[in-house]
Design a protein around this ligand. Structure first.
Ligand code: NDP
Length: 334
């Protein structure tokens, strides 16, 4: 495709801060206004993550400057890759690397990014599948890989997933169940029990029934933990993790503090694993996406996925921050 054939304009959901006021607005912009980068993508789908909820609602800490196009995920096809790495028309996925935070992201019909950030879509998948997975599903995959690399095997015992009905939580349940692990889902939404069981949870417990932290070492229960909540939930799970068990620490939906002692580490050999999806190195990214294509096909994702339009993102952002969005939301940007 020659430069003259490339689209001259595109649509984007822009986040704008003027003094004390913050708003979002759908705008038509010239292609030349995109940030620097070697690769132009026609974006067909993006997704909604908790972080996108913060960005689109104008909460501090995500958007480093404005005006900015939020959206930490995108999927689409290559229009032009000046590095020559990817051919025109190649189906690609981009999650993290600072898009939708430090530079324009996925809530737009075009994106200009760095070729090295892009992962080729696994064979047999499409952009809707990729964004049904998105950062949340990718993070869940990294968490499960981390637990398994530290000794978790089917039969090890109960694996706790906190924030279970959310995006990371839902995907973690499905991935753990697909790998043969026994999953206990913790949720604040009792009405979601049938949904969580259908995803593969063997036990569903109300958020309030998780063992609270009273002593540095609580009764051993969890062989592994995927935690998306942080705060007291994580502290309690950490103190209740079994000998040589591991916790994959993903999120802070309930708080960013961690009140903890060293005792689970030095007396039980517990592994506290940090999960960072944003700057995860490329070889690990590619391995995670290949396994996602195998273990989380669209047929499994269907039950946890809704597809919505770009204009609905501001309302959805409020809902995800209020803990009201179930599973994953794909944004059809075209
Ligand atoms: P969601 O909003 O989809 O899910 C979060 C879930 O946490 C909710 O559905 C709810 O689950 C639970 N929850 C919400 N508020 C509270 C609360 N106050 N106390 C206890 N539980 C609560 O978000 P995501 O799944 O997209 O993200 C989850 C977390 O993981 C976020 O903090 C996000 O920033 C982080 N994250 C981190 C990544 C990384 O690279 N480390 C990447 C992606 C996400 P339920 O209703 O079942 O109780």
């Amino acid at each position: 495709m020659t430069s003259a054939e490339l689209p001259q304009t595109f649509q984007a959901l822009r986040a704008i801060r003027e003094g004390e006021t913050f708003r979002t607005e759908l705008q038509t912009l010239p292609t030349a206004s995109l940030p620097e980068g070697d690769t132009l993508i026609r974006v067909t789908h993006s997704s909604l993550n908790y972080k996108d909820g913060l960005a689109v609602s104008g909460k501090p800490g995500v958007l480093r400057s404005t005006p900015m196009t939020p959206g930490i995920d995108l999927a689409g096809t290559v229009l032009e890759d000046q590095t020559g790495r990817l051919p025109t028309g190649e189906a690609v996925i981009l999650t993290g690397w600072g898009i939708g935070e430090r530079q324009d992201g996925g809530y737009a019909t075009l994106a200009r990014v760095r070729s090295e950030w892009l992962v080729r879509s696994p064979a047999g998948t499409d952009a809707r599948w990729a964004m049904s997975v998105g950062t949340a599903g990718f993070t869940a995959m990294l968490a499960v890989m981390g637990l398994e690399e530290h000794g978790l095997t089917p039969g090890s015992g109960e694996v706790l997933v906190t924030g279970a009905a959310g995006g990371v939580g839902s995907a973690a349940i499905a991935l753990l169940a697909a790998a043969g692990h026994s999953v206990t889902a913790s949720t604040g939404r009792a009405e979601e029990e049938p949904y969580l069981t259908a995803l593969g949870a063997t036990t569903v417990i109300p958020r309030g029934d998780l063992p609270a932290l009273r002593r540095p070492l609580e009764k051993e229960r969890w062989a592994g933990v995927v935690d998306t909540v942080g705060g007291e939930t994580l502290a309690g799970a950490y103190a209740s993790t079994r000998l040589h068990g591991s916790l994959a620490v993903c999120g802070l939906a309930g708080g960013s503090d961690l009140k903890a002692s060293v005792f689970p580490l030095i007396l039980r050999g517990v592994n506290l694993l940090g999960i960072d999806s944003v700057s995860c190195p490329t070889p690990r990214r590619e391995a995670a996406w290949q396994r996602l294509a195998r273990d989380l096909p669209m047929s499994r994702l269907e039950a946890m996925t809704q597809v919505r339009g770009l204009s609905e993102v501001p309302a959805l952002a409020e809902q995800i921050l209020a803990g009201q969005v179930r599973g994953r939301t794909v944004i059809d940007v075209q």
